[in-house]
Design a binder for this molecule. Sequence first.
Ligand SMILES: [Zn+2]
Length: 196
Amino acid sequence: MFHQLSLIFGSMTKAQEILLLLNDKKAVVRHGFYEEELPAVERFCDKNNLIMVKSKFKVLLADETSYSNKGIRIMAEDKRPGMYFVYISKDEEKAWKASYFELMGSDRDLGKILGYPNCCVDFFCKRFTPDNPNLQLTPSNPWTNLSKRGQDAVLISHFPCSSDCEESIKLAKVCLDSVLKADYQRAEDLLRILKP
Ligand SMILES: [Zn+2]
């Protein structure tokens, strides 16, 4: 099941977020997808009664893993290979709201609806600038370690306000727990890779 999810969504990190959504541990998931990845995602959402809202614009991301929502927005017709942002939820209103907040550049509302801790949303709103799009901190534990996300290993989907942020660590533990139930080996691998 977990392996199959990762094939549909293109990475294990994305698959684990979908798992959280299916397990009601997360209300909305936001991911970037290239055009050719969308049909499989759409089929999965249809089959599982998930609402999927797709951005009208594409983004040339400053940060491939879509932690930041900043990047150059381009029109869908633009030939450059931008990513569409997709908001997936069991709740139609929440999927549309997330899409709207992103369109309007309301980072604070977007962060909240995506379930990020208030302290980390504040941190992002204060610190993030186009010149400083990567708020990654030096890892001190596996839970908030973002340094391996390029290798598809990470347990949270936001920039933590500190490596020891308790709210972030709580979210990471919920995430690991849901991976553990779906794929024990993957959970073990994650902890090993993320150990600083
Ligand atoms: Zn925090």
